[in-house]
Design a binder for this molecule. Structure first.
Ligand code: SF4
Length: 152
């Protein structure tokens, strides 16, 4: 597979400081959550640039893979601030920033009918001892919560 490489023009879309910050975050969160960065580093780099650009614009690392009617309002909610609610609940990253060793998103915790299950089938978690902080909390408390309420 041949993928486009990020260019200097792509890198100039975000500040060097926040790009560095997001690289550090991505490496650290992959380790913490028992996932890996994508085997094609250019995919990770594009995502890191997108997250850094959102910090520059909005002050928060809003997910770079969604369309938002109102980015400012979305950034105030925590749902799509990386690591998003889906990552924290199901260990599923639809951007492919946090994946398994084959570059696939973990889907085994997703509810039936979720688009990730439809697209990829069931992809098992190789490190079930790590990650899913929100999902574990919900299981313990027996109720649905959001990352925002868990933080409060
Ligand atoms: S899908 Fe979630 S975990 Fe993945 S890059 Fe977007 S916000 Fe981050």
């Amino acid at each position: 597979m041949t993928l486009d490489q990020p260019t200097d023009a792509d890198r100039s879309r975000a500040s060097a400081k926040n790009i560095e910050k997001m690289w550090k975050y991505a490496r650290g969160f992959a380790e913490k959550s028992g996932t890996q960065l994508h085997p094609h580093p250019e995919i990770t780099e594009f995502l890191v640039i997108g997250l850094a650009k959102h910090i520059d614009e909005l002050g928060r690392p809003l997910c770079p893979c969604n369309f938002y009617e109102d980015k400012v309002a979305e950034a105030k909610s925590s749902e799509w601030i990386c690591a998003c609610d889906e990552m924290q609940r199901y260990k599923y990253c639809h951007c492919l920033l946090f994946v398994n060793k084959d570059g696939l998103p973990i889907t085994e915790y997703l509810p039936e009918g979720h688009e990730g299950r439809e697209a990829y089938g069931i992809i098992k978690d190789e490190h079930p001892d790590k990650g899913r902080a929100l999902g574990r909390l919900e299981e313990k408390q027996g109720r649905a919560i959001t990352k925002k309420t868990a933080e409060e």
